[in-house]
Write a protein that binds this ligand. Structure first.
Ligand SMILES: Nc1ncnc2c1ncn2[C@@H]1O[C@H](COP(=O)(O)OP(=O)(O)OP(=O)(O)O)[C@@H](O)[C@H]1O
Length: 507
């Protein structure tokens, strides 16, 4: 066998009582695409941070190209030829794309701008180099992270869930890119919860469970179900059947909404109409950056309509377009935003305090003071019901693994028992076992009469969950398509900008 590019032996890392990595051995071969598989909290991101020098191991050794490797910082890792794209973004929001890239890649702004455009075109990672990062959607930000990393010409590229917010077409392009990089001599460490993707692109897979290596396999020799069982150490739950539509009352209605946000880089919304009834799940499909975040802020109440725009957004039969988020929540609305750190949760605060942020109306305040015992009980219940792996309710939200924080936020909002629940990217970064559990839960709630609106870039997820799907493209919404009569390719056509053939539209 050829010598490995990177060899780890006996790597361990603990955070207080939590043993995130324990005695990890890992060999990454040259020219290989190597998957790291594991449930939420298994220790994947921690291991990658150790390799990239963000964190230092408590124990163990690393060999890089035959020489001992000790990394004190990401800058040192980059000098050795190790690049990483993070699950959580590391971009400065107030700078433009090219300004962010200049912080890491040397060169004149004009040359870098041109290289960003060329790389974007070649690899399906298009993004405007001059746009400020705060105006970009989550998907676009991820593209910037990947481009920035490719521009440092790494020998080992670490990708922590790179495809979680990419549309199917871009995933194919990204995979072509990764194969080309591999054939050109780059090794890639690839973390993903999408087992079919791992089977499609990876030549090795290392499985982690509870911070230890539990297996090394060739993923092409196993089907996705096998891999999932190895990861979670037990069999998978079955999906939940949806009952036929109940045709309840309209809990959300948007009528001919036109909106031009103040931000010049934001997407203008044109003539948006949709409705969600009690006992129904409506899905909004589309590639991020087509108006999803603009529509989400208008529905959540983070952005409100000017006073003269009446009769555009109704919740539970009331015109709410000019009301803020809190007033909408009081009417029985709950919301899970797509970025969990920042808007979904405050990373420096404990889970108990994060519960209070939205759940305080559930009897958690007494005489204007926080009832800590009830807040703790509620948080514990959320941790239990949603299988949030954490040291306990006092853990800081920022210390949870990405998928576990997502489970916590989704759980917290569902526990409010809203009449209308709006979830953006419900299972983003959540492992396959927990994703199935969240989807089953949403379908149960729908069967019990909740109205649910889901924005997701994962078509498979929308097909599993929704009664009807509408596609957002360039700020316009397609007619609703009944999921049972629609094929994914038809949705795909709308995602690419095809126009309506309303015969399949739901009445
Ligand atoms: N800075 C930190 N402080 C305390 N605990 C941490 C910290 N970072 C990670 N952990 C804990 O270490 C364990 C492993 O987390 P890690 O992020 O490596 O998991 P993961 O496999 O990448 O999960 P996911 O798929 O959800 O991203 C988790 O229990 C997590 O809560």
């Amino acid at each position: 066998m050829t010598d490995p590019l990177l060899s780890l032996r006996g790597i361990s890392k603990s955070y207080g009582q939590i043993h995130a990595n324990q005695g990890i051995d890992l060999d990454v071969a040259p020219r290989s695409i190597h998957a790291i598989l594991g449930e939420n909290g298994a220790g994947k991101s921690t291991l990658m941070k150790l390799i990239y020098g963000v964190e230092q191991p408590d124990d163990g050794t690393a060999i890089w190209e035959g020489e001992p490797l000790s990394l004190a910082s990401p800058a040192q890792a980059r000098r050795k030829g190790i690049g990483m794209v993070f699950q959580h973004f590391s971009l400065f929001e107030t700078l433009t794309v090219v300004e962010n890239i200049r912080l890491v890649v040397k060169g004149r702004t004009a040359d870098l701008t041109e290289r960003i455009r060329t790389l974007g075109r070649d690899f399906g990672l298009e993004v405007d180099p001059l746009a400020p990062v705060h105006a970009l959607s989550v998907g676009e930000r991820q593209r910037v992270e990947i481009i920035r990393c490719l521009m440092t010409n790494p020998k080992l590229l670490i990708l922590d869930e790179p495809t979680s917010v990419l549309p199917p077409q871009s995933v194919d392009k990204l995979f072509d890119t990764l194969r080309r990089l591999r054939d050109g001599g780059v090794s890639i460490l690839f973390i993903s919860h999408k087992l079919e993707e791992i089977r499609a692109i990876c030549d090795h897979a290392t499985i982690l469970r509870g911070g230890r290596v539990t297996g090394n396999v060739d993923p092409r020799d196993h089907d996705a179900h096998d891999l999932a069982c190895m990861m979670i150490g037990r069999d998978m739950p079955d999906p939940m059947p949806a009952l036929p539509l109940s045709g309840g009352e309209k809990r959300l209605e948007i009528i001919g909404l036109d909106h031009q946000p103040d931000d010049p880089f934001a997407v203008r919304l044109s003539n948006i109409s949709l409705s969600v009834r009690a006992g129904e799940i409506l899905g909004i499909a589309g590639i991020s950056g087509n108006g999803q975040s603009e529509l989400a802020s208008l529905i959540s109440g983070e952005a409100v309509l000017p006073r003269e725009q009446r009769d555009r957004i109704y919740m539970m039969g009331k015109d709410v377009g000019t009301l803020g988020a809190a007033a909408r929540r009081q009417r029985g609305f709950a919301f899970v935003p797509e970025d969990r750190l920042g808007r979904g949760a405050v990373p420096e605060m404990s889970l108990v305090l994060n519960s209070l942020l939205t759940a305080h109306p559930l009897g958690l305040l007494r005489h204007g003071l926080v009832d800590r015992a009830s807040a703790r009980a509620l948080t514990n219940e959320c941790i239990r019901q949603y299988d949030v792996r954490t040291s306990g309710p006092e853990a800081e939200a920022g210390a949870l693994s990405g998928g576990n924080l997502q489970k916590f936020i989704v759980g917290r909002e569902i526990m409010l028992s809203p009449k209308l629940l709006f979830v953006a990217q419900p299972t983003w970064g959540v492992d396959i076992g927990a994703a199935t559990a969240i989807r089953r839960r949403l379908i149960t709630l729908r069967n019990e009469g909740m109205a649910i609106l889901v924005i997701s870039e994962e078509l498979e997820e929308l097909f599993e969950l929704c009664d009807a799907i509408q596609v957002l493209h360039h700020g316009r919404l397609s007619p609703p398509l009944a999921t049972r009569d629609t094929r994914p390719e038809e949705i795909g056509r709308y995602m690419m900008g095809a126009h309506s053939s309303p015969e399949k539209a739901v009445a």
